[in-house]
Design a protein around this ligand. Structure first.
Ligand code: AVI
Length: 323
């Protein structure tokens, strides 16, 4: 296997963090919650890849088609020998398209919390692109991160942050601005952020994408409970929950919930939590933006909206934002 220069920044045990978040999210007065970042264990990451291939989930196919058109232009704007940083690197199909389009990119810094998947995909990339220096960073990118020096302000090379897949949709709008500001702070003038953003559209189309006929999204949502069952001492019974995705029109967001189909008490590691029949655990928000509302957000985050690409049906968008 290719030698990789790996940066690890996960001091806190993920199982301990997850347990703390379950306790906090289930003992709150009112709506119970679980953070969506816990979807992505090994099984969850596989299920997410399957979601991306369902006929209803238009996001991935559409973004890839937009990228095919946009990337030759992006390569012109950013120029040769760029340093690329990617948040939440995943399966690696889109990054290959970007690397292939750019002229002799210098470094690639993928940041992901799932160490196994990150290291496997980084090793493959390093082998496939021997000229590219790959520096994987194992970290939760929602926490402050110390980046490898190759991505420092001093470098005379242009920097490009790649954040595809509309992961920004899973941030609350204020947190999204905060995160975009954080990205801006990593960049110097003329550097850029290339980001994919899902667009507002008729509710039926969006609802279908989160209630696919094969039930993959349901399995993805239910896997959070499976992860609890696999990790902790619990009497949790998966058969007493079901998946629900609703579209909240006022807030332009899909909400995913896990619904308790019975009244019950659930015990986890010695703590009990009461559920009423039909009570929900809110597991994810996925915000849908108009081109204008996202561009406003990007400007509030300190970027110029230099170029914007969409498909003919305006299902999805890719923005080239300049620092
Ligand atoms: C990763 N993220 C942009 C996906 C979304 O569409 O919000 C996660 C997802 N949840 C259900 N299906 C896909």
């Amino acid at each position: 296997m290719t030698d990789l220069n790996i940066h690890r920044q996960t001091q806190v045990n993920q199982d301990d963090l997850f347990l703390q978040d379950i306790f906090a999210g289930w003992s709150a007065v009112g709506q119970k919650t679980l953070p969506c970042k816990y979807f992505y264990d090994e099984k969850g990451s596989q299920l997410f890849d399957q979601i991306c291939q369902t006929p209803e989930y238009y996001h991935t196919r559409t973004e890839l088609a937009i990228l095919a058109r946009a990337l030759p232009e992006v390569a012109q704007y950013i120029g040769p020998h760029a340093d690329i940083l990617e948040f939440g690197s995943g399966a690696g199909i889109k990054i290959r398209k970007l690397i292939d389009a750019l002229s002799s990119p210098r470094t690639y810094i993928p940041i992901d919390i799932s160490e196994e998947i990150l290291l496997a995909s980084s090793a493959q990339l390093a082998q496939q692109y021997p000229e590219l220096a790959v520096f994987p960073v194992v970290a939760d990118y929602l926490s402050p991160i110390q980046l490898p020096e190759q991505f420092s302000h001093q470098s005379e090379h242009k920097k490009l942050v790649f954040f595809p897949g509309s992961t920004i949709s899973n941030f609350e709008p204020q947190a999204a601005i905060h995160f975009i500001k954080h990205i801006r702070a990593l960049l110097g003038e003329g550097d850029a952020l290339l980001i994919g953003v899902d667009l507002v559209k008729p509710a039926e189309r969006i609802l279908a994408a989160y209630n696919d006929a094969q039930g993959v999204t349901a399995a993805f949502n239910m896997n959070l409970l499976q992860r609890i069952q696999n990790t902790y001492q619990t009497d949790l019974d998966l058969d007493t929950f079901c998946h629900r995705a609703i579209y909240n029109v006022e807030r332009s967001r899909i909400e995913m919930h896990l619904i308790s189909t019975v009244q019950q008490d659930i015990q986890i590691e010695g703590r009990r939590f009461a559920f009423a029949e039909q009570e929900s655990i809110h597991t994810e928000n996925s915000y849908k933006y108009s081109l204008e509302s996202f561009q406003l957000l990007a400007r509030n985050g300190g970027f110029d909206c230099t170029h914007c690409y969409t498909d003919a049906q305006q299902l999805f968008s890719v923005h080239y934002l300049t620092a």
